[in-house]
Write a new protein. Structure first.
Length: 184
């Protein structure tokens, strides 16, 4: 019966995605809502195990689709504007996360890591942009700009983490040692 259970969960997601599409909302938004509903069920763990092989595949397809939709001509036409928006997005989110880290009692040695790790734009921005573009709330030019800025903010996060780690070594402990380093 495990296969039927997996098929039902996938059909549930597809059905809600199609329902959202029928009311002119994003299918991605429908899939998200279906996932939230399934996550609240008592069968959450079984569903998570059964769908795990599909998760990586679908996530990969999602990012391939996003990557194919990026208009790099925007970067060529307006590099200063794009760079400024990326710096503003990452900078504002880093500062906000830094203050939230202290509010949530994140150890001070890990606050920089925490703030940078969460400084990027999220994948849900792509879903919201697609829905707003379909509803004609934003035009294609603005959607292309925001998509590029969010994608570049995601690319910047690992680079910023490398810089943070390198500079934290000069100041002492970066608070990110592994379990084997702690034992030694």
């Amino acid at each position: 019966m495990r296969e039927i259970f997996t098929a039902f969960a996938l059909l549930w997601v597809i059905g809600i995605a199609l329902l959202m599409e029928s009311v002119h909302l994003s299918m991605s938004m429908g899939a998200f809502v279906a996932g939230v509903m399934l996550a609240d069920s008592e069968f959450r763990h079984e569903i998570e195990v059964d769908i795990a092989p599909f998760k990586g595949l679908l996530l990969g397809l999602f990012f391939i689709a996003v990557g194919m939709s990026i208009d790099f001509e925007v970067l060529a036409r307006e590099p200063v504007r794009v760079a400024g928006l990326v710096v503003a997005l990452v900078g504002i989110k880093t500062i906000a996360q830094w203050f939230l880290a202290s509010r949530f009692d994140v150890p001070s040695a890990q606050r920089g890591y925490f703030a940078i790790l969460l400084s990027q734009g999220g994948e849900f921005a792509f879903v919201v942009l697609a829905a707003s573009l379909a509803a004609r709330v934003v035009d294609q030019r603005l959607s292309s700009l925001v998509t590029l800025v969010v994608a570049l903010s995601m690319v910047s996060t690992p680079l910023l983490l490398l810089l943070q780690r390198r500079f934290s070594r000069f100041g002492g402990d970066d608070g990110l040692e592994t379990a084997t380093e702690r034992k030694a």
